[in-house]
Ligand binder design. Structure first.
Ligand SMILES: C[S@@+](CC[C@H](N)C(=O)[O-])C[C@H]1O[C@@H](n2cnc3c(N)ncnc32)[C@H](O)[C@@H]1O
Length: 251
């Protein structure tokens, strides 16, 4: 199986590909206030749950979801939610794609598409019209990472900032954060065990070949081991609603 097939199976019960509960997603998106006619883009949209919630709560806007591989379930869910005529899914490299500026830019868990956090914030700024709003989510360290966390995640300590460092980087890119959310351990566990659980469930009940079944088991084990042997309680995730700090005042 391709890596993308494994990811699609792993996200079956948790289409938000981030440790964020659906009610927290709704709360965060509720802080965005696009006007009728606004255009939104979701960079590295995956299943597009953030974009779809924004379209559901703002019937006068349209959106574009960008991902190198958009799962078919994204369009299926949009169809079930009667959003198909207001959303376009584009399979391309988010780092090079360009279609002018948007009123709202979403980018959650996809900074690796651009390089590091700073590159993602730069991309969000490039795609955002002056005075627009953004919503970003990215990994943070909850404290100083241990050697076992670094080994489990195969990253160096400077791979992620801590929460204060994330807010500093946001400011350095000319944004003012408004509402923010730091994922709880319960949200992390739910995401991780849903990921591994969906793969194990699929392997036991739906795999057609021994090879596919073993591959699904192996992916689940690798993910679970990395989570339990180091990342848990050390890797964090924070999501912020951002405003253009250069926006003028109402007169
Ligand atoms: C962790 S998922 C987050 C998905 C979604 N934002 C969410 O929160 O549910 C990261 C997504 O980034 C996408 N991605 C990674 N590199 C990319 C690139 N260069 N261009 C477009 N999408 C990319 C992946 O395919 C994946 O869907």
């Amino acid at each position: 199986m391709e890596r993308s097939e494994i990811s699609d199976i792993a996200h079956q019960r948790h289409p938000i590909a981030a440790p964020v509960a659906p009610e927290q997603l709704r709360e965060l998106v509720g802080w965005l206030s696009p006007s009728d006619g606004a255009r939104a883009v979701d960079l590295g949209c995956g299943e597009g749950e953030w974009l779809q919630e924004l379209l559901l709560t703002n019937p006068g806007i349209t959106g574009v979801g960008i991902d190198q591989m958009v799962p078919t379930s994204a369009a299926r869910r949009a169809d079930e939610r009667k959003l198909s005529d207001r959303v376009r899914w584009i399979e391309t490299d988010a780092a090079t794609w360009n279609d002018g500026v948007f009123d709202v830019v979403l980018c959650v868990g996809a900074s690796h598409a651009f390089g590091r956090l700073e590159d993602m914030l730069g991309a969000v700024r490039r795609h955002l019209r002056p005075g627009g709003q953004a919503l970003i989510g990215d990994s943070i360290w909850e404290g100083v990472p241990s050697a076992s966390a670094l080994a489990a995640l195969e990253v160096s300590a400077d791979a992620y900032p801590d929460l204060a460092g994330l807010v500093r980087a946001i400011h350095e890119h000319g944004f003012e954060p408004s509402y923010g959310h730091v994922s709880t351990l319960a949200e992390w566990d739910d995401y991780q065990f849903s990921w591994t659980g969906s793969l194990v469930d699929w392997a036991v009940r739906e795999a057609w070949t021994t090879e596919d079944r073993d591959q699904a088991f192996a992916a689940a084990r690798e993910n679970r081991d990395a989570w339990l042997s180091g990342a848990r309680r050390e890797l964090g995730f924070a999501t912020f609603v951002l405003h253009d700090a250069a926006v003028g005042v109402r007169d």
